[in-house]
Design a protein around this ligand. Structure first.
Ligand SMILES: Nc1nc2c(c(=O)[nH]1)N[C@H]1C(S)=C(S)[C@@H](COP(=O)(O)OP(=O)(O)OC[C@H]3O[C@@H](n4cnc5c(N)ncnc54)[C@H](O)[C@@H]3O)O[C@H]1N2
Ligand code: MOO
Ligand SMILES: [Mg+2]
Length: 452
């Protein structure tokens, strides 16, 4: 593939699809991700891959809820402060031990919180409601009140019956689940694996972060941002660095990424410029490509020098979209390559950020076990604080700060919000959706906002 064809393919006709449709296509293209077993200590924050159930009744034995005395409630039926019941102390039981004697009529067992209630007892009287005594030279206790049957005892199986399911596949594990998993002996937990996400920057102008600036060049900031977003949303970023706008290099990097990653994110080179390498590579999947789908697929394969890896492409490969009716990020593209999702985000940092939130974040959630509904961006309505005009007919995603005033959620558009700008990205709490076809929105309007 020479520069001439690259130019021709990049200019290949593209049809913009609505953002909601694009998000749906991405979601439909994804299967649930890989599963693995992780130590309990790492399980919180992951989604479960299999149902987990109680492996015993819980509590596993009748437990005392107080420090005090295990008694037969009938022995205390007539007790009062003036005429306490006198019970001989038959044994003492700490948590973790079993009493050496049962509670026979006229006796009590001294018991600590968490101790197993001995046979015979049906109530625990708290220490504060008793007085120590000695009767016939034997230790005894005076109980000054009637004990109700069951008082201060957690019966066996009160919370869980053995075998009952307490969390199902796809459920997001919270610290409370960790407590239950620990209780029921799950030292390892079946969860969805953290997806490995290839992060590849395209563009001959890009320098590594550590390099001094040179005329006309800039440092690659998208890789760092995308890697941070991937990690924030549960994935493992695999940094593939930068490739120049050269189809062979880009295709080879992508073919390598397919072998070690679950999802591929590229940035840059998706527009119609002479050197927009991703647009050119993806055009091979378009069914109405001038050269024909097969011919252009072959050109991708040869660009990637995949001869040594037969079968990797173009099986199970298709274009999902190569233009979305949105700004920023109109040229954002997505494809399935060898069964894996490739998201080609715009190089402009603002558009790259928005593209990640709309497409990559949901994809990461889905790969980690979320249902399509759970995976989609969380959207709320808010009152627009400040007006916003727009020129293009496309739907607009405006970086915004969110705050509440008089119990109303407000969204204030941030400055420096152009596609090429990044100053407002760190401050953004949400993306205001300004409807397609509108000329904008005015202060006080109720708008949809994607919460970041
Ligand atoms: N004639 C047209 N020109 C452009 C159109 C159009 O429709 N017709 N679309 C514009 C829109 S909208 C966008 S968005 C950009 C998309 O550009 P690309 O995705 O092709 O990205 P590049 O051309 O590679 O770079 C754009 C811009 O971003 C900088 N960049 C790229 N990669 C990085 C990186 N890793 N870190 C930091 N900055 C990066 C790059 O230097 C450019 O300044 O196209 C418009 N053009
Ligand atoms: O679609 Mo672009 O990100 O507006 O400049
Ligand atoms: Mg470009």
């Amino acid at each position: 593939m020479n520069e001439g064809t690259l130019q021709g393919e990049a200019r290949f006709r593209r049809r913009a699809i609505k953002v909601d449709e694009a998000m749906r296509l991405v979601m439909e293209a994804l299967e649930l991700g890989r599963q693995e077993s992780v130590p309990l200590w790492e399980a919180a924050g992951r989604r479960l891959a299999e149902a987990v159930s109680a492996t015993t009744d819980w509590p596993p034995f009748a437990r005392s809820g107080m420090d005090g005395f295990a008694v037969r409630s009938a022995d205390t039926a007539l007790a009062s402060p003036g005429a306490p019941a006198t019970l001989r102390i038959a044994a003492t039981v700490a948590a973790g031990a079993l009493a050496s004697a049962d509670v026979a009529p006229g006796t009590a067992v001294r018991i600590m919180t968490g101790g197993a209630v001995p046979p015979g007892a049906d109530a625990v009287v708290m220490l504060e409601q008793t007085t120590d005594a000695v009767v016939d030279g034997q230790p005894a206790v005076l109980v000054k009140r009637t004990a109700e049957p069951g008082q201060n005892i957690a019966p066996r199986g009160e919370e869980f019956r053995c075998g009952s399911v307490f969390a199902g596949p796809g459920e997001l594990l919270r610290p409370g689940h960790a407590a239950l998993l620990g209780t029921f002996g799950y030292a390892h937990v079946p969860v969805y694996a953290r997806p490995r996400v290839a992060v590849l920057a395209t563009g001959a102008e890009l320098l590594p972060v550590e390099a001094p600036l040179a005329p006309g060049r800039i440092r690659d900031s998208n890789s760092a941002m995308v890697a941070a977003l991937v990690a924030q949303h549960g994935g493992v970023p695999v940094l593939l660095g930068r490739v120049p706008d050269e189809p062979g290099a880009a295709a080879q990097a992508i073919v390598d990424a397919l072998q070690q990653c679950d999802l591929i994110i590229t940035t840059g080179g998706v527009s119609v410029g002479d050197y927009d390498v991703m647009a050119s590579l993806l055009s091979f999947l378009a069914t109405d490509h001038p050269a024909g789908k097969e011919a252009s697929a072959a050109s991708f394969a040869s660009a990637a020098q995949t001869a040594a890896k037969p079968g990797l492409l173009p099986q199970d490969s298709r274009l999902l979209f190569n233009k979305a009716a949105m700004r920023p990020g109109a040229p954002t593209s997505a494809a399935v390559l060898s069964g894996k999702l490739l998201l080609a985000l715009s190089g402009n940092p603002g558009a790259c950020f928005v593209g990640f939130e709309l497409f990559a974040k949901p994809a990461l959630q889905r790969l980690q076990g979320a249902t399509p509904e759970q995976a989609m961006p969380k959207q709320v309505t808010a009152q627009l604080a400040g007006s916003f005009t727009k020129g293009s007919p496309h739907e607009r995603f405006v970086r915004a700060r969110l705050y509440t005033e008089n119990a109303v959620l407000c969204a204030a558009p941030l400055g420096f919000g152009k596609s090429s700008m990044m100053a407002s990205i760190p401050e953004a709490d949400g993306l205001i959706r300004i409807k397609a076809g509108s000329e904008g929105a005015v202060e006080g309007d109720i708008v949809d906002v994607i919460v970041l």
